[in-house]
Every structure is written in structure tokens, then in C-alpha cells.
Design a binder for this molecule. Sequence first.
Ligand SMILES: Nc1nc2c(ncn2[C@@H]2O[C@H](COP(=O)(O)OP(=O)(O)O)[C@@H](O)[C@H]2O)c(=O)[nH]1
Ligand SMILES: [Mg+2]
Length: 243
Amino acid sequence: MSITAIVVPCYNEGSRLRDSDFLEFLSGRQGIDMYFVNDGSRDNTLQLLNDMAAKSQHAHVVDLKTNRGKAFAVYSGFKVAMKSDYDHIGFWDADLATDLRTIPEFSEFLDVHAEFDIVTGCRVQRLGADIKRHVSRHYLGRVFATLISMVLDLPVYDTQCGAKLFRNNTDLASVFANPFKTKWVFDVEILSRYKKIRAGRGEDIANAVYEFPLDQWHDVDGSKVGFLDGILALADLLKIKLG
Ligand SMILES: Nc1nc2c(ncn2[C@@H]2O[C@H](COP(=O)(O)OP(=O)(O)O)[C@@H](O)[C@H]2O)c(=O)[nH]1
Ligand SMILES: [Mg+2]
């Protein structure tokens, strides 16, 4: 059976972190560890995370003393997880907009499909799926996704879902060798780095990424990403395009 590490970036999550759901999930499963990264929170997040780590040997805490943003928080968690011998390493938003039960589904997908290195949650509203996203965020997201597919020159549908799993191989080590240059679209930067690495071997990134259509995804209130972040994200996209 494969073993998986999930990095959970946490910034001021004290009031919305469902610690009992995390603990229940970790106790009922073999082969999944979590690395909670406290991103310089000013509330009781660190305390909550330390309490979880005390209750489960599968919960680990990485503590950043100052707030560095999601990209650096995820990067820091990966650096720690990469010291152990995991088959897959991923990241998951702390608000559980994507249900924890999807982690083993992603893991199993990588186990069964050796040709894919990356599985990403894909929020497609369709009959039979329960995707609840605020209308404005949905449409903004579609515009953004279209820009991103142009920047990457890839027919990708949803790069910004906070649920992703990667095969732990030398490509992943190269992708995470250095911190990201962008703050808000590091998901796009990850794909861009993979694309360059694979292109160097004459391989197409499009054959290595699987966008996994989620059965369920619920926008969770309390997002700390605002309008200004959207503008900064556009500047970040340009940085990727030019870099
Ligand atoms: N907004 C924000 N989120 C951060 C930061 N550092 C880590 N995170 C985590 O990034 C994830 C996504 O944040 P969220 O506010 O739900 O963003 P959204 O759902 O994409 O609007 C959560 O797990 C946050 O705790 C940060 O500096 N700012
Ligand atoms: Mg969220």
C-alpha cells in the first residue's frame, strides 16, 4: 500500500478548523500523514494544531513564525514531508472545501495510473455532482482559468482548487527545489515548472496531469482572499508568462 503525506496550510484558522474531523480521518486510515503548517497565525491556530499532533502520531506541525502566504506555507510543508519516504505528497486547504475522503481517491488514482504524476481537484458543475460555489466566484474563476490556460498553453479547466496530490519522484523534488516566485498563483507556477522539466526530456506535461472531477465541493465562508489578491494574482500570472 502506498503512503501519502498531505500538507495543510493554516492561517488564522482557529475558528473554522474542524480538528475532530481531521483526527477522526487520521485515526481511521493507514498510510496517510498530515503536515499542518501554521503560517504565522495571530489566533489560536498553533495551539489547535499542537493539540492535534499530541492526539495523533499522523499529525505533524510545522510552525512559521511570521505570515508568509499560502505558497510559502505549502513549500515549507513539502520540504519537511520530502525528508521522509512518501509515495505521494499533496496539499489540502484547511477549510475542507474538498472533503478528506477524496485524499484516498487521489492516492488510489496515482497507484493505478503510473503514467500520471499529478492529480488535481476539478470543480465542474454537472448533474450528479454537488459543487457549491458562490456565483461571483464561479464566474471570476472561469475568467481566471481561461487566462491561466492561455499562460500555460494547456487546456486545463481548474488550476486553483486547493486539493492536489503529486507523485513523489525526482520531478517533484525539482519543482520544489526553490520557493515560488508568485504568491497567489503558485498552483500555476507548479504546473509551469513541471512543464519545463518535462519539455527538457521531450515529454508533454498534458500527459502527466489528471484533473479529477470532484463529486462534492463546498465554498466555505471565511476566505481571506479578496479583490486586491485577484489583481496581484494577475500580475503574478504575467510573471510566470514572462519567466
Ligand atoms: N488567505 C490566506 N490563506 C492562507 C495563508 N497562508 C496559508 N493559508 C491557507 O490557504 C488555504 C486557502 O485559504 P482560503 O482563505 O480558504 O482561500 P480560498 O478558499 O482560496 O478563498 C487555507 O488553508 C488557509 O489557511 C495566507 O497568508 N492567506
Ligand atoms: Mg477556502
